[in-house]
Design a protein around this ligand. Structure first.
Ligand code: GTP
Ligand code: SPV
Ligand code: MN
Length: 624
């Protein structure tokens, strides 16, 4: 234990913690910082204490360097514009490295690149890292960020130490995680932690130019070593590539740990729903990136007497609680990194109430009165400067489609009273869903757990701007985890199936939803947003029913669907028949596409129960 806390590291000056100077930092952690600085050779090291003063200093530094601009229309809000080549997660350059390839890649018969996580051998990764990290922080400050995913000190939480040369990452991590001194204080020599090393890959050498948003797109590599609890990310400063607590730790390493430790780390929102009679339940929902999690998690219901409260909008860590027998979920995050376009007073008033204080906006447009603008925000103001920093021509995107707000959870007016409960909240239903313009009805319910796992495994969704995929192709995205699962997808399916075999547990019901079905003119058939409460109302009623047939429910080949009279359509006009139409040729093609995806990519690693479910569905579809 060191009495005066890292005052020097091999001759470099280390910005000391302001208060109290006597924090004991475990040796393993000082060794990691030492190692990172020896390899990356930053000119300075700054240990983040997580204080407001520090946050303000870092923001001011970014403003001085033109990396951030104040937004005087709001309170304590800033705008960042990235390099246009660094605007989203880079899935093609995101890899998991394990000693055994099969631990990550299933034995598919004809595997497709990008259909599942990428694997790299330890030797190859060592070489790739060696080509990138040495001296990569030259001329820059290395920020050391101690953070906790989950409430500080909760037995369910995980600790990470991120070394990064990006002040943008340091300030964003203070919003998105519990970060700083509070975390350092609870650590001892035995506390496991994830070593997170991040560099934008743009050293400042004599004569080199200093880009406003440093990055290195040609050499970007987001790598994970789950066997040694390490994340090494290079070349991108953006979101899921750089805020390593989020997708890298909480999902990729998280799912790897969850598999070993018998829990689940999922790309899911968590919400509380209270009906007009005062009955409250919790629901978790997995939709792929940019498919509606934040909006559902913060929804303002369009039905009187209903209440939604938010626990989390992107990630859920879940395990069966031995006392209640229920699946309990925590949100490991501390803020929202939400899609800006489409966010308005009409669609998401709770987000609008959250994001005009203490928020960092990335790649949105700005207005001449010191505000922000994006597509779908409301009426177009005059004098808009687009996300590139140019006067907006009114035709191209004002905001980048993947532009984001980064805002503390405490700003959201409907945070659930239990959102930081270390025990988590008990989940009564799990929803899977995606962007399906064709063929897939508004909602259907699984017949049982295995069928529900099949529904998660067979998820597909239209590509979005959250990653680098071009066009609106329908992609397979099992459990909305294709870019985020940290181990073999076949084993992941099996892990989900294993919960169905547990004794003395209350399994949540499983549903599939689709807000995005379109009519022949290309318009959405369903109003979505606040009207999604109608779907949640039906789901909540179904929690009380066990038979697939009732006044409000009937069987269909793909699952249990609502009866028209059993679904609340008060004050909304929709084409019910079209919303729920099941087309035989569509579903025959859908199931054969899924079969091909499974054969090509999972092969013998596809659990027999999933193949069995596929067979049952194909038989039922034949009878349509
Ligand atoms: P990530 O943060 O990338 O994981 O995305 P997310 O799943 O949280 O998606 P989000 O709620 O931010 O929504 C993404 C886009 O879908 C936004 O532009 C929303 O306006 C839009 N959207 C969300 N819910 C609905 C809905 O019910 N109907 C329609 N038509 N659009 C929706
Ligand atoms: C997603 O892409 O699912 C996000 C944004 O939530 S990012 O943090 O970039 O992963
Ligand atoms: Mn997400």
């Amino acid at each position: 234990a060191q009495a005066h806390y890292l005052s020097t590291l091999h001759g470099l000056s280390v910005e000391p913690l302001r208060e109290p100077p006597l924090v004991t930092v475990p040796k393993k952690i000082t060794q990691f910082i030492d190692e990172a600085s020896r390899v990356c050779t930053p000119s300075n090291i700054h240990i983040c204490d997580g204080s407001e003063t520090e946050y303000n200093n870092l923001i001011n530094l970014m403003v001085q360097q033109n990396m951030a601009a104040p937004l005087p229309k709001y309170q304590n809000c800033y705008l960042t514009r990235t390099d246009p080549r660094d605007v989203a997660r880079v899935e093609s350059r995101t890899i998991i490295s394990t000693s055994n390839k099969h631990d990550v890649v299933p034995n598919g018969f004809n595997p497709h690149k990008g259909a599942l996580p990428n694997w790299m051998s330890p030797e190859e990764l060592e070489k790739q890292l060696g080509d990138r990290f040495p001296r990569c922080m030259e001329g820059r400050t290395m920020y050391v960020i101690p953070f906790s995913m989950g409430p500080v000190g909760s037995p369910l939480s995980k600790i990470g130490i991120q070394c990064t040369d990006s002040p943008y990452v340091a300030v964003s991590m203070r919003i998105m995680t519990r970060m700083g001194l509070d975390v350092l204080k609870i650590l001892n020599e035995d506390t496991p932690f994830v070593k997170c090393l991040h560099s934008v890959g743009a050293p400042i050498t004599p004569g080199s130019t200093r880009p406003v948003w440093p990055c290195n797109p040609e050499n970007t590599l987001i790598s994970h070593r789950p066997e040694s609890n390490e994340i090494l990310s290079y070349g991108s400063g953006y979101g899921g590539n750089s805020l390593l607590g989020k997708k890298c730790l909480a999902l990729r390493l998280g799912s790897y740990m969850a598999h070993k430790e018998d829990w689940l780390a999922e790309h899911m929102l968590i919400l509380g729903i209270t009906n007009p009679q005062g009955v409250k339940k919790y629901v978790a929902a997995a939709f792929p990136s940019a498919c509606g999690k934040t909006n559902l998690a913060m929804m303002t219901p369009n039905l009187p007497g209903w209440k939604i409260e938010c626990v989390g909008d992107d990630i859920a860590w879940m395990r069966f609680n031995p006392n209640t027998g229920m699946l309990h979920a925590i949100n490991p995050e501390n803020g929202f990194f939400g899609v800006a376009p489409g966010t308005s007073k009409k669609t998401n008033p709770n987000a609008m109430a959250s994001i005009f204080q203490d928020t960092i906006f990335t790649n949105v447009a700005s207005t001449n009165d010191g505000g922000v603008y994006w597509e779908g925000m409301g009426e177009k103001p005059e004098g808009v400067v687009d996300w590139h920093g140019n006067d907006w021509d009114g035709k191209s995107n004002a905001a980048h489609p993947n532009s984001r707000f980064c805002t503390p959870a405490r700003n959201c007016p409907i945070m659930d009273a239990s959102w930081e409960d270390p025990e988590g909240v008990p989940i009564s239903a799990i929803l899977f869903g995606g962007r399906r313009p064709e063929g897939v009805p508004l909602v259907y319910e699984a017949y049982d757990w295995d069928h529900g796992v099949y529904i998660g495994a067979s998820m597909r969704s239209e590509a979005t701007a959250a990653a680098e995929h071009q066009g609106k192709v329908i992609m397979h995205d099992p459990f909305a985890m294709r870019p985020f699962v940290g181990y073999n997808m076949g084993q992941y399916f099996d892990h989900w199936l294993s919960f169905g075999r547990k004794k003395h547990v209350q399994l949540p019901k499983i549903f599939h939803v689709n807000w995005f079905r379109k009519d022949s003119n290309g318009s959405f058939l369903w109003p979505g947003f606040g009207d999604n409460i109608r779907v949640l109302e039906w789901i909540m009623k179904r929690m009380e029913e066990s038979s697939p047939e009732s006044e409000i429910a009937k069987k269909s080949p793909i699952g249990v669907i609502p009866t028209e009279s059993g679904f609340n359509l008060d004050n909304v006009s929709v084409d019910w028949n079209e919303l729920f139409r099941l087309d035989k040729s569509f579903w025959a093609k859908e199931s054969s596409d899924i079969q091909k995806y499974f054969n090509d990519n999972l092969g013998h690693d596809l659990p027999p129960q999933i193949r069995n479910q596929l067979n049952l569905i194909q038989e039922r579809i034949q009878k349509l």
